[in-house]
Design a protein around this ligand. Structure first.
Ligand code: HEM
Ligand SMILES: *[C@@H]1O[C@H](CO)[C@@H](O)[C@H](O)[C@H]1NC(C)=O
Ligand SMILES: *[C@@H]1O[C@H](CO)[C@@H](O)[C@H](O)[C@H]1NC(C)=O
Length: 227
């Protein structure tokens, strides 16, 4: 199935097809987490797991996972389905690790740092010979203030439209989450089934994948996905 939608002129078509989700169930061997997973383009995959009671009624945390080929300089997830005024998760390879940056775009220029989304990096984060992979608990990815300042929350029981962007050009300082980077080569949209991403195992998945000091020490020796 083709998952990308040209952005100009096809938005009404996009609305028509958006009732059908682009995500499917996927069990990640590195974490044991069952995600709703969508591979959008260029072998870039976005994954999500939610608490069992997630809905539009109140904010909730999410577990996110992004996997992309190391040929890409950065890949990003726009939680509101467009570039501006919503949380952006930007991810890139950094040596044997993978780095994220929490951003928000205030216009069509380099997004600024965004403090209202908090990430806890989990196991399943690293870079091998072909891909980088980032896994984290995010508090504040699925909720943010609307234009009037009122909190709005993605419908955790429904299907949600997200946007992606990626570039083949590396970020300027891969070790620095506040780095500058240049404009995307491409952007697009996909529809994620949040209702199907919910599980009563959510908290145990978070607990089982917390990164500890001994994990970090082993990371230095083994260097593949940090554990
Ligand atoms: C240096 C960084 C960036 C620059 C300079 C930049 C610039 C731009 C520009 C000029 C457009 C076209 C606007 C138009 O069609 O009139 C655009 C569109 C777009 N950008 Fe970015 N962008 C950057 C980073 C990002 C990031 C990190 C994301 C995250 C997913 C993103 C997502 C999008 C999307 C989805 C669109 C389509 C139009 C929309 O949704 O508003 N961009 N960007
Ligand atoms: C590298 O990571 C990707 C993404 O997790 C995985 O599909 C691939 O099998 C890994 N390759 C090696 C050599 O471990
Ligand atoms: C790691 O070790 C340092 C120093 O012993 C300690 O301060 C820190 O809380 C530990 N972090 C975790 C996640 O255990």
């Amino acid at each position: 199935m083709k998952l990308t939608y040209p952005l100009t002129g096809l938005l009404s078509l996009f609305t028509l097809v958006s009732a059908q989700s682009d995500s499917g169930s996927f069990v990640d061997a590195d974490t044991g987490i069952t995600f709703q997973s969508a591979t959008v383009t260029e072998d870039i995959t976005y994954r999500l797991a939610l608490p069992a009671d997630a809905s539009a009624e109140k904010p909730y945390d999410v577990i996110i996972q992004v996997v992309a080929p190391i040929e890409l300089g950065w890949v990003a997830w726009a939680w509101g389905g467009s570039m501006t005024y919503n949380p952006l998760t930007v991810v890139w390879a950094n040596g044997k690790s993978a780095t994220y940056s929490s951003r928000q775009a205030l216009g069509y220029y380099t997004p600024v740092m965004y403090e209202d989304a908090k990430y806890t990096v989990l196991k399943g984060t690293g870079t091998n010979s072909t891909h980088f992979k980032f896994t984290a608990l995010c508090s504040g990815c699925a909720s943010w203030p609307d234009f009037d300042g009122n909190p709005s929350t993605l419908d955790g029981a429904g299907q949600v439209n997200f946007a992606y962007a990626y570039s083949r050009t590396p970020v300027d300082e891969p070790a620095n989450s506040e780095t500058t980077f240049s404009i995307h080569d491409s952007v697009g949209h996909w529809t994620h089934d949040l209702g199907a991403a919910r599980s009563d195992k959510f908290s145990s998945w978070v607990a089982a994948n917390k990164v500890t000091n001994s994990t970090l020490r082993r990371h230095v020796h083994v260097g593949r996905y940090g554990y």
